[in-house]
Design a binder for this molecule. Structure first.
Ligand code: AMP
Ligand code: GLY
Length: 426
């Protein structure tokens, strides 16, 4: 029996908590800081995922056997290195990479250089900063449209700008590098060729030498139906993805996953945890849009319910280096996740509105909380993405319809959700 600690507070963490709580290996489950939903799977702990000293102390007090790190910032900030440098907690395994390995997400320039070095297909690019600013302007002016600008560092999902004109590109470039639009994260900018295709999210869990391929998912980033409007953290997801057929996935494995694993070994970068390959399929061929060093949100809410393995066993095998002995088992049904967000999101929004109808779990549907908190016995909104419903179905259409039906019974002031998740597969 083991004690687990989950770091994070979103829908991804609720889905992981929901799954771990079902494991016969799970004794105590803690979530820091968690949300009103995770409180029904384990015990919420009022600690920030970025307060490494407090987390280490808590792990000792509660005899935590394994820590799952949900979001990217503690990983990029070096929580794994912090634990390894502390003799009192260095024996506690974390599911997540070191600070250096997390640079695959923490620095777009690092990720691009890694892909170039290991011949992993990705968009052509150049990187610029204050030192070669003038050269950058010339490069932009000669670049074909649209032009993709990416802040090098973490920018809470807002650091990618797709510019439709040279004027816009020059203006954004100036704001990113000279005005530090995204703070230090945009001191360096990656300028990239625009790729036109369909995106998908591929996840592996690796113990440093072997890996397990998880169910493939697709997320829907735009706020409005028909993929219109600004980008969000994600408005929904489906799993599996029918255009990721066996032939395409073979290319993904041979050209992307295996070279990434080999590249990490060659560069002497130990990697334990999840790798999220943000891929795009262009004329039948996979290319990497980005790496993330964690699970995706809301992809996790769609793929975890389809995972038939015991998640605690998978985590344990990852920590022990025995993942090669595990076989991933997927539910053959489709899962579709629909996310409800606060009015105004992804711009400014208010928090603290009471939420009704969150008790809609059925055999086929699960309600996961994202930005929620408990207040005087009520559940209230506490973020942009508030809650989501994942449903199974024999088709995407059936799964989405079930999620929408459960979502129709949930209400809070300003609530909005997309009813067209998975539209291209229906
Ligand atoms: P990211 O913040 O890296 O996840 O990028 C956000 C979104 O921008 C991606 O999901 C894509 O939809 C889009 N994007 C990023 N890079 C490119 C590219 N080179 N070509 C087309 N779209 C891109
Ligand atoms: N859904 C995309 C992400 O988690 O970054």
């Amino acid at each position: 029996m083991m004690n687990f600690l989950i770091l994070g507070a979103g829908g991804r963490e609720h889905a992981v908590a929901w799954k771990l709580a079902q494991s016969p290996l799970c004794d105590a489950l803690f979530i820091a800081p968690g949300n009103a939903g995770t409180a029904s799977c384990g015990k919420n702990v009022p600690l920030s995922a970025n307060d490494f000293d407090a987390i280490a102390r808590f792990c000792l007090e509660e005899k935590i056997d394994l820590v799952f790190v949900g979001p990217e910032d503690p990983l990029v900030n070096g929580i794994v290195d912090h634990f390894l440098a502390d003799d009192t907690v260095k024996h506690i395994p974390l599911i997540g990479p070191s600070r250096q390995a997390a640079q695959l997400e923490g620095s777009k320039a690092f990720a691009k250089e890694f892909m170039m070095r290991h011949h992993i297909p990705t968009a052509a690019y150049r990187e610029f900063q204050a030192g070669n600013y003038a050269e950058g302007i010339e490069y932009l002016k000669a670049h074909s449209l649209p032009i993709v600008l990416k802040a090098d560092g973490l920018a809470a999902g807002k650091g990618v700008i797709i510019c439709q004109s040279h004027e816009e590109a020059v203006k954004e470039f100036e704001q990113m590098i000279r005005q530090q639009k995204f703070g230090d994260a945009s001191k360096k900018v990656v300028v990239e060729e625009f790729l036109d295709g369909v995106e998908l999210s591929v996840f592996i869990l690796t113990d440093g030498s072997d890996y397990a391929l998880l169910p493939v998912a697709k997320d829907y980033k735009k706020i409005y139906e028909g993929d219109k409007g600004p980008n969000t953290g994600g408005m929904g997801a489906v799993s599996p993805v029918n255009f990721a057929d066996a032939g395409f996935m073979r290319k993904v494995k041979e050209r992307i996953i295996d070279p990434t694993m080999a590249g990490l070994k060659k560069d002497n970068i130990p990697y334990i945890g999840f790798i999220f390959f943000g891929l795009i399929k262009v004329k039948g061929e996979p290319l990497v849009i980005e790496y993330n060093c964690r699970l995706g949100d809301p992809e996790t809410e769609a793929l975890i319910p389809r995972l038939q393995n015991d998640l605690a066993s998978l985590f344990l095998a990852t920590a022990r280096g025995t993942l090669s002995q595990e076989t991933i088992k997927e539910d053959s049904r489709v899962a579709c996740t629909v996310m409800a967000v606060s009015g105004g999101y992804p711009g400014d929004y208010k928090k603290g509105f009471p939420i009704q109808g969150l008790d809609g779990d059925t055999g086929e549907s699960i309600v996961f909380h994202a930005g929620t908190s408990a207040r005087n016995g009520e559940t209230v909104t506490n973020g942009g993405r508030v809650c989501c419903v994942t449903s199974f179905g024999h088709s995407v259409e059936q799964a989405v319809n079930r999620s929408v039906q459960v979502m129709d019974k949930i209400s809070f002031e300003g609530m909005y959700f997309r009813k067209d998740i998975g539209y291209e597969f229906r």
